[in-house]
Design a protein around this ligand. Sequence first.
Ligand SMILES: [Zn+2]
Length: 562
Amino acid sequence: MLFPALAVSIASLFPATDALSTDARDQNNVRLVLQITVDGLRRDLLDRYRQRFGQGGFRYLLESGTFFANAHYQHANTETIVGHTTLATGTYPSDHGMIGNVWYDSERGELRYNIEDPKHPLLPTRQNALEGVQVDPAQKLARTKGRSPASILVETFSDRLKAYYGGRSKVFAVSAKDRGAVSMAGHTGKAFWFSTDNGDFVSSTYYYDEYPDWVVDWNKQRQVELLGGQQWQLLNDLPTYLLGHQDDRPYETDLRGYGRVFPHQFAAAGSPILPTQAIVSPYGDRLTLDFAKLLVRSEGLGSDSIPDYLSISFSGLDAVNHFFGPSSLENEDMMLQLDRTLRDLLAFIDETVGLDKTLIVLSADHGMAEMPEYMTELGFPAGRLYPEDIIAAANQIAKERFDIEDIVRFYYRPYLYLDAGKLDSASFEADQVQNEIAAALTVRPGIALALARGELMKPQATQLRLQVQRSFHPERSGDIYVVQDLYWFNFDKGPVAAMHGSPWRYDTHVPIIFAGAGIRSRVVHRLVHPVDVAPTLSAVLGMTAPGSAKGTILGEALGDDD
Ligand SMILES: [Zn+2]
């Protein structure tokens, strides 16, 4: 060695580079970030059933983790893609662009489904394409089965993680719903979702040219077929249920023979409705978990010191809420069964990665409204507002005040879209027409507020108006945002019996629970927001938050005192 002294001195100047980074990782000790999203988990459902949860599921998270009990979305359109993308990016729909499950694409001149991408077709899993029964009204509007995150306008936590660790973090997202997976995987991860056509877990050409062997193997099992002819039965004896007395209500949905009361009968194996019925039961979540377990093992998640990311979004509770309502016996049984699914997930993660090496966060994409008929029975009157009612009312207002015929192009909640040509040719300012229609709609039964796009460009003074503004994106939003009154249903006629999507507390209130690696047990009652989740996850790992994040770091999750 020519310069031994120099080599030594350099080593002493920089001895700690590797050691420091290793120490820092050891301190955090995080090998896996596990983001669990329970679709439609209104926060108070945890309390309604808490005494009856077993050990190791919700109870583990609530008792060992930092539970933010008063977390509310700050946007008005509390829908699935909106909430998931808000959790993923730490910002509002006005920034991340996912303003609704459906919006009007002015370039194509048609309504579009949020993550639809014809450039990235579905990667087929079977030679003979099957066509299942689609009951999701938003999905029905999709022209193709191609999906990608192309329409998400900003960076996600998972994108940030991937960039921070030099591309070495493995990033995956799984859900029964495509939008519950694609949003969380971000632009750089891999997403899998459940096909309601055939019960396989699928992906698109955005993510893969061909399926990994383990996905092919899982799909070969045809697990959904095993449900054929079986029943969803109550987990416990009927008298132990709080809501056992209201199983049979005329305003619940019977999904093609699935029935309104227990036991719910699954269609025969091979039936096109079976995969959808599976999601409207505890078994869709079991399939999601089973697929996720194989993913963790096959891809080696959490197996080295570079933190990996796994998002699991459980879709079953939301589906059950939509068809039977959030205060149904089905909801109660679903929550108890979901508790077991969570217990099994956490036990599996403990076995494979270690809960002490896993940073867990659980939240939800939105809450759920009680059904209007249920509220009316109890003495709180509410009703149903259908698109045709809103369209007729707006057309009538435009005719009476401005002598414009058929001004509405269409309504897809929460937006009315007006005919731009008729607005231009009229002898009035477009703003004036929009504002007058909005003002006249606001005083109608079932409508709490209607706001025109011109108004949404201005500073807003009230909480409600701010919520609407945070849901507004100038290129994607319609002309008039319609907010329904409390407990009013604002959606299409059809099999959906209960809805979310309002700015009211039952739709904005969700749990945020951090648990696992280094997180301590406490309950926090101050008001926090789902936009805080991505910055907080980032802070635990020592990373800067996603580029557009608006949330703040929830210090309590990092062990800060009040
Ligand atoms: Zn949802």
